[in-house]
Design a protein around this ligand. Structure first.
Ligand code: UDP
Ligand code: MG
Length: 317
């Protein structure tokens, strides 16, 4: 069997500080794997500059010039987000004939030494190898939000492993299937477990980011979470329906209580404050439900417009 032609896909947004060090570490592993014939000498690294505002593209260009055609890259016209950057990298890995592609973050917080294990699993016949974080280096709040996200999305019927990350190998077959998914709001983290392909999970240790800082804040993570839920589950809409049903039922009980009070001339109404609280509570629930429906309408709108997921400005190949 021919050695696997591997593409390592790296999304980069304002990573000028991190990238030189990360590429150095990556080349060590990459060249060793080529020497040991674990991967083919035609393997390459595909860098996607997601509209960085710092010198990331200059760093990529310099690395490209010194890379002996082991680097290919694309620069987006603006920041399109990490998911779009990963998709662009995977599309290009397919276009340039990779047998398998591994996505990894530019800060190499994931364990590059696991790449060999990923390749072994691929050669055993797995189409998808998912890196699962054994630990998290995030602060308490981000950890809490991430854990809650996985609980909620699993409850909503979406099959995603908790602590699944974007550190993952996908086979050429998977890349081909991916090319048929045309939706604008493609949430790839959910997609890969949904394909029904032979999948293996491999645990890895997360390390601290050495340079620069995380590119995600609370709002961008919340937007990503909402996109993921709306992309893969219609259950929140059903929950809205049941909430409406339950609230209507309780309101009927309250109305009966009022009628009884009127008939029997009971002037004293116990728990008047409760009635007031109930009103604000139901108003809140209504706005919340409109928000949930709004998320779906927003996603339908962007899907109907079918705008490109990203726009490329420059390419290095
Ligand atoms: N990233 C990207 N576009 C964005 C935000 C992030 O391409 O809009 C990239 C970033 O450069 C990195 C990866 O996505 O390679 C993960 O980002 P980061 O390390 O900041 O996330 P964290 O590890 O804090 O979750
Ligand atoms: Mg990181």
């Amino acid at each position: 069997m021919e050695n696997t032609k591997l593409a390592i896909v790296i999304p980069c947004f304002n990573e000028a500080e991190t990238l030189p060090d990360s590429l150095r570490k990556l080349w060590n592993i990459f060249n060793k794997m080529i020497d040991n014939k674990e991967i083919s000498a035609e393997s390459f690294v595909f860098l996607v500059d997601d509209g960085s505002e710092d010198e990331t593209w200059d760093v990529i260009k310099t690395a490209y010039q010194n890379s002996n055609s082991k680097i290919k890259a694309v620069k987006f016209s603006r920041n399109f987000g990490n998911q779009a950057a990963i998709i662009a990298g995977l599309e290009n890995a397919y276009k340039f004939g990779a047998d398998a592609a591994i996505t990894i973050d530019a800060d190499l917080q994931q364990d590059v030494n696991k790449i060999s294990e990923f390749i072994k699993a691929y050669e055993e016949g797995y189409d998808i190898v998912c890196g699962i974080r054994k630990n998290r280096t995030d602060g308490f709040f981000k950890k809490f939000c991430a854990n809650s996200f996985y609980k909620v999305i699993n409850f909503l019927g979406v099959n995603i492993k908790p602590n699944h990350s974007e550190f993952r190998l996908v086979s050429r077959r998977t890349l081909e299937i991916l090319s048929n998914y045309k939706e604008t709001n493609l949430f790839i983290r959910g997609l890969f477990y949904d394909l029904g392909l032979k999948t293996k999970d491999i645990d890895f240790e997360v390390t601290e980011r050495e340079f620069g800082k995380s590119k995600f804040n609370f709002l961008s993570l919340l937007a990503l979470a909402a996109k993921g839920i709306v992309s893969f589950s219609a259950r929140p809409l059903r929950i809205v329906f049941f909430l409406g049903f339950i609230i209507s039922f309780i309101s009927v009980l309250l109305a009966i209580a009022c009628i009884v009070r009127l008939i029997f001339h009971l002037n004293y109404l116990p728990g008047l404050e409760l009635f007031e609280t109930w009103e604000t509570f139901t108003a809140g629930i209504q706005i919340l439900c409109i928000g949930v429906i709004g998320e779906y309408i927003g996603q339908i709108l962007t899907e109907v417009k079918a705008r490109p997921r990203y726009i490329s400005d420059e390419e290095l190949k």
